[in-house]
Design a protein around this ligand. Structure first.
Ligand code: AMP
Length: 115
């Protein structure tokens, strides 16, 4: 756990969040500032700053995050119409929280712009 990392604190249960899924590797919760009717985050429990810091040993986490996203999209009712998965990396990628996370965004038609 990294000191002063908000997502580490949520994963540890010391900061409240609406948790939707958790297992030994990952935690998912609703984004506090949703950009769409459904806006969830999936984070690894392990503090990894971003994709640049993902090691070979931890690379399975990203596949697992996508698989959990698939399940959450289904349970949130956004699978059929579609949704977007986003992983921001670094300042120019728009990453504000320096703990690897995947956004699941859906529940409205998203435009085609990516940045
Ligand atoms: P990013 O720009 O990819 O780093 O996105 C970080 C996301 O974390 C933003 O969408 C924030 O709204 C969200 N966020 C920040 N703090 C919290 C929190 N305490 N609980 C839930 N979501 C948060």
């Amino acid at each position: 756990m990294a000191v002063d990392c908000i997502f580490c604190k949520i994963a540890a249960g010391s900061v409240p969040a609406e948790i939707l899924y958790q297992d030994e590797d990952l935690v998912s919760f609703r984004d506090i500032n949703p950009q769409a009717p459904v806006h969830l985050l999936i984070v690894p429990r392990k503090h990894i700053t971003n994709l640049n810091d993902l090691s070979e040993d931890d690379s399975y986490l990203v596949g697992k995050m996508a698989k959990v996203a698939q399940q959450l999209a289904l349970s949130e009712g956004i699978s059929e119409l579609g949704y977007r998965l986003v992983v921001n990396c670094g300042d120019w990628g728009g990453q504000l929280v320096k703990h690897l996370h995947m956004h699941i965004i859906g529940g409205r038609k998203l435009d085609g712009r990516l940045g």
